[in-house]
Design a protein around this ligand. Sequence first.
Ligand code: FES
Length: 144
Amino acid sequence: MTMDASQRITALEAVSTDSTVLFRVTNAADELREAVLVANESGDSEPDLACWLNYCQHLTHIKIDKGSGAPMRDGELVCANHGAYFDADSGVCTYGPCEGAYLTGLEVTVADEAVYLTDDDYTYVGDGPIDDDDDLTSTSNVKI
Ligand code: FES
């Protein structure tokens, strides 16, 4: 399969079971969103990967990875705000105020030791968090 180089997220070796890889996408409405890649212990030589939008299901404006990697506990993503746990493989909340709710999944594909976004509804934008200061910078009221 030939992969679209513009949709390459990261090298496969950069995805770990300890934390998350944060990146930006746009959705079908051209809205900027954050997503995280995470690896799960599969027992095989290659880990299973999962990809989720980076928003808690308790308060959906709250980011699980706040820019330095989401905390992981035994294969679960932890939302530090109120302690919700999400199974990193299935995305289901196993404990916390949104127990039973699911993170929104994005489709990714591994090819040639790299991970590509292959979800028809999302387009890869770049690595790292959304820069929330972008709008502030362009409308700065700071007087010199
Ligand atoms: S915002 Fe994530 S647990 Fe409350």
